[in-house]
Every structure is written in C-alpha cells, then in structure tokens.
Design a protein around this ligand. Structure first.
Ligand code: ZN
Ligand code: ZN
Length: 160
C-alpha cells in the first residue's frame, strides 16, 4: 500500500480533532498549538504563557491549560507527572522515530534529564501487548543525579 499523501501537519490534526469534537477553532488555540510545537523539551503551562506573553499574545492560563489538554487528547502533546510535581508537557514523539526519549529523574532535586537509547526504544517498540495498542511511551527512571550524589557525599564527610 503506497500513499503519496503527505502526513497531516499538527495544525491539520488539531483542526480535524476540534471539528470532530465540535469544538471551536479559535486563533488562541492555534497560537497555543504553534508555541507548543516549537517548544524544546518539557514545558509547563506557566512557561507557555510566558512565551505567548513575550510575543505580546495575551491568553489566560486557563485557556492555555485547557488547550494543552486538548492537544494531549488528540495525541500531539504528551503530559508527564514527574514525582508529585505539577504537569509538564512536551511534544509527542513521532512514532517509531528517533525523537523518542526516556527520563532520568532525580528524586532529591527533581531534575529531569532526557536520555536517548535507540536500543531500548527498539526493544519496547518490538513488544506486542495483548488487547492493547501502544501509541507512545517514555520510560521514567528514578534515582539521584550527580550533583545530589556529590552533595550527599560532602554532607556525610562533614558529619564525620
Ligand atoms: Zn538531584
Ligand atoms: Zn521528555
């Protein structure tokens, strides 16, 4: 099966989603989509609000939040809840693509490091799950970052 049709752009996917769900296609929603697609790495609702504000685009936090939820719902953005912190968003990885990454999360300071491991990605992509079709994944590995390990070590030394 060969199709010459170009893959849908995020805007087309979003427009189609809004249409199907009988939601209004507003300029604000598209502006938020645009900024979310341009964001590098993880971002919070507040960070996206700041970006919009920097560009003199004033939208309420509520609108940004609800639009991000729509983007999550239509698969363009994924939401992470690391530790007990508030939600962080990021662009959904292109399926089977090299953009897929995993997270190394420090449980002491909360720092999140992105890690790419094509071998691990392939391993998970090759897996089949009964009665389940995976869409995307991100592995979270919890532990202690090097800075916190050093801090811990120093603390221990000074206590001796
Ligand atoms: Zn740390
Ligand atoms: Zn990430």
């Amino acid at each position: 099966m060969t199709s010459t049709k170009a893959p849908l752009s995020p805007k087309e996917i979003f427009a189609d989603y809004l249409c199907r769900n009988k939601k209004r296609r507003t300029a604000e929603r598209y502006a938020i989509l645009d900024r979310a697609m341009r964001a590098v790495g993880h971002f919070s609702v507040e960070a996206l609000c700041d970006t919009l504000r920097d560009e003199d685009y004033h939208v309420s936090t509520t609108t940004v939040y609800s639009t991000l939820e729509l983007l999550v719902d239509c698969g363009l953005v994924i939401r992470h809840r690391f530790n007990d912190r508030r939600s962080l968003y990021e662009k959904a990885p292109v399926s089977q693509g090299a953009q897929c990454h995993h997270h190394l999360i420090c449980t002491v300071c909360g720092k999140i490091k992105e890690m790419r491991d094509p071998e691990l990605t392939q391993l998970i992509e090759a897996k089949r799950f009964p009665a389940f079709t995976p869409a995307y994944f991100a592995l979270n590995i919890y532990g202690t970052c090097s800075a916190c390990t050093r801090r811990k070590r120093r603390k221990k030394l000074s206590q001796k």
